[in-house]
Design a protein around this ligand. Structure first.
Ligand SMILES: [Zn+2]
Length: 661
């Protein structure tokens, strides 16, 4: 496509006389694309059927004159007041049964057919209007689907749709009663019409019902997006369709949503005002990029890359000189084909008046503008070559939304979070400069030397067989605590000891366990004692070799980590959550045993990542710290950008290449 740098632009926030200055400054900065209009319904349709696209056409044409293409957002995350006045029933109902009202965003019910009709009218008109506009190249559906929508919506429309979804899934009410275990607390149903959306109860909730509810909500969001995608595909066959995801967010199954899209996009705010530290650790950002690449197994776009302080009522930290560029190139290193900065100019009104952009409130180009310009002018010449290339990791971590939902419903331990658990394994690999893919559980695993599958809590015979085949055929697999506990309906399995059939490949059984609530424990590995957290599976060896043992608890000296040869492969079982130090040492062992290559050696703030095309490998070395750093590479590459090999200035990004032999 040849488009690699852009900004999110809101011309409707500014007088028309300013637009040309913006376009000129953007062109000088190296901007090739803008995203516009994703919150501008009222400006485009101030009353039903009265369309005013002139201002947007004018903006698109003006930008096009400066060589800048446009992506248009459908504004369906914020229906205007006149729609709400006419159809107040489209406002969503929360779990307390309260209506959520106009004045923020996402004040809409996604199943409501009246709202769908408004969307159909509007998106049809908008897509027809811009289908042949030479300045427009693609569409973003809605905005951050799932965001600001929380547990919504509990309305009658959603209830009826949930009942229909359940009836299609279970066919008979008896099958639902079995799957939900409604014998408990007298929860049996006579018919689907008795099943409600999960309004707040007096106490407790049914974990199986909640799992279905979360899957239903995900399906509803995908269907809501499809409603619009179908209209755009019909009217705009020349344009691409994408959507701006939010990293690991779990309100919608991003793999399912990705099937509607030409490519996925992501929004990332490392120094968001909600961060408890100055900014999110680079390892977590890297993991986010890797999972985004995994959702469609192809390169992605950054649709909102942070370019200034982020804030609503309060603000996060200012970006240090060089930090924005380091984050932007980190996105590219992990597979972004384009980086669009949020946003062009900090606006003066509304909830996000402190969400800063490339330009401040004054509109004068300053430090951030100069930095962005330097970045695009340095790297634009490589971006065409990078386009379509992918990292090629030897290690995969399994990621799955249903497991994520199940731990949201029952964390087991009060601090156990599914994605955090994945991060802990990821971070140890990241710090060893080992690239990682995120994959879905049923994906083909055979290309990976090492697969780490934490918390395989919900288990099916098919998935058991999949993991067994992988190890049988020579794969190295890491399984962990809370594996094989439940069936697909979120009921505990009773016909086996944990971890079920996977015990065969691991050579173990787990007849008991301990939850380390309000405490930590210890493990002896080698001759050293390490801290562990949250959980201890009490393991009996059935052919496996113990490689670490508990040093605390009544199960002291019993196995904590085991290894078993099975077929041509190895299965390791980690019965606890290793503390950081144990995690590092275990991962060193697993990766060495699996013959995994590391890209080099450096301090923790220095990142290394590669992208590969058919004949080339590019290596990115990124200094995420405000200090000078040294590093060492394990392979020979040619330096393309950067001053001095094995040395980095603060926040420096270096680029290397080599030919594939
Ligand atoms: Zn609803």
């Amino acid at each position: 496509m040849g488009i690699h740098f852009g900004v999110d632009y809101y011309p409707e926030h500014w007088p028309r006389e300013r637009w040309e200055t913006d376009a000129k400054l953007m062109q000088e900065m190296g901007v090739q694309v803008v995203r516009m209009a994703e919150f501008s319904w009222f400006k485009m349709e101030p009353a039903e059927g009265e369309f005013h696209f002139e201002w947007l056409e004018e903006a698109v044409a003006l930008l096009d004159k400066y060589g800048i293409k446009s992506i248009l957002g459908t504004p369906t995350a914020a229906p205007p007041a006149w729609i709400i006045e006419k159809n107040p029933e489209i406002q969503p109902i929360d779990r307390q049964g309260r209506r959520r009202h106009f004045g923020g965003r996402h004040h809409d019910c996604q199943s409501n057919q009246t709202y769908r009709a408004h969307i159909k009218r509007f998106v049809t008109a908008m897509s027809q209007k811009f289908a042949d506009n030479p300045g427009v190249i693609g569409w973003q559906i809605d905005n951050e689907l799932g965001n600001s929508h929380g547990d919504l919506c509990m309305c009658d429309s959603c209830k009826a749709r949930f009942q229909k979804w359940l009836e299609e899934k279970y066919k008979t009410i008896e099958a639902l009663n079995d799957a939900w275990g409604t014998a408990f607390w007298s929860q049996g149903y006579n018919s689907f019409s008795q099943v409600s959306t999960p309004l707040i109860t007096a106490v407790g909730e049914n974990p199986s019902a909640m799992l279905d509810w979360k899957c239903f909500c995900s399906d509803l969001i995908v269907d809501f997006a499809k409603w619009q995608a179908d209209i755009i595909r019909e009217n705009c066959p020349k344009h691409f369709i994408t959507h701006n995801y939010m990293c690991f967010d779990n309100k919608v199954d991003y793999y399912d949503l990705g099937e509607l899209l030409d490519f996925v996009s992501n929004d990332i705010y490392p120094a968001g005002h909600w961060q408890k530290q100055p900014h999110q650790p680079e390892s977590e950002l890297a993991a986010s990029h890797d999972v985004i690449r995994g959702y469609k197994k192809k390169p992605f776009w950054m649709m909102e890359q942070q370019s200034g302080m982020a804030g609503w009522e309060i603000m996060g930290r200012a970006l240090e000189p060089g930090q924005m560029s380091a984050w932007a190139m980190q996105s590219v290193a992990h597979g972004a084909d384009a980086v669009v900065f949020f946003r062009w100019r900090t606006c003066a009104m509304g909830t996000e008046q402190y969400w800063h952009g490339i330009l401040g409130h004054s509109g004068n180009p300053g430090r951030i503008y100069r930095e962005a310009k330097q970045l695009t002018h340095t790297f634009a010449k490589y971006m065409d070559e990078f386009e379509g290339s992918m990292p090629n990791p030897e290690v995969a971590i399994v990621h799955n939304f249903r497991q994520n939902y199940a731990f949201d419903i029952q964390p087991n331990h009060p601090e156990l979070r599914y994605v955090e658990q994945l991060y802990k394994y990821y971070k140890a690999l990241y710090e060893k400069k080992i690239p990682v893919d995120f994959v879905q559980d049923m994906d083909d695993l055979s290309k990976y030397k090492l697969v780490i599958a934490p918390l395989q809590y919900l288990m099916t015979p098919r998935l058991e067989q999949h993991y067994m085949d992988y190890v049988e055929n020579g794969g190295h697999l890491v399984l962990t605590m809370r594996t094989g506990v439940k069936d697909a309906a979120n009921l505990c399995m009773t016909d086996r000891e944990l971890p079920g059939r996977l015990g065969e490949i691991c050579g173990i059984e787990v007849p008991e366990y301990d939850c380390l609530i309000e405490t930590t424990g210890g493990v002896l590995y080698g001759k050293k004692e390490y801290e562990i957290q949250k959980w201890c599976d009490i393991i009996e060896l059935k052919g496996a070799k113990q490689i670490a043992e508990y040093a605390t608890g009544f199960y002291k000296q019993s196995p904590a980590v085991t290894e078993n040869n099975y077929g041509n492969g190895i299965a390791w079982y980690v019965g606890t959550e290793p503390g950081e130090e144990l995690m590092e040492d275990l991962m060193s062992y697993f990766t060495q045993e699996s013959d995994i290559e590391t890209l080099g050696a450096a301090a923790d703030g220095v990142e290394m990542m590669t992208r590969e095309s058919e004949d080339k490998i590019w290596l990115f070395v990124i200094n995420h710290t405000n200090d000078e750093q040294v590093y060492h590479l394990h392979d020979r590459y040619t330096l393309l950008e950067g001053e001095k090999e094995e040395f980095l200035k603060p926040y420096e990004v270096q680029l290397f290449e080599k030919n594939k032999s």
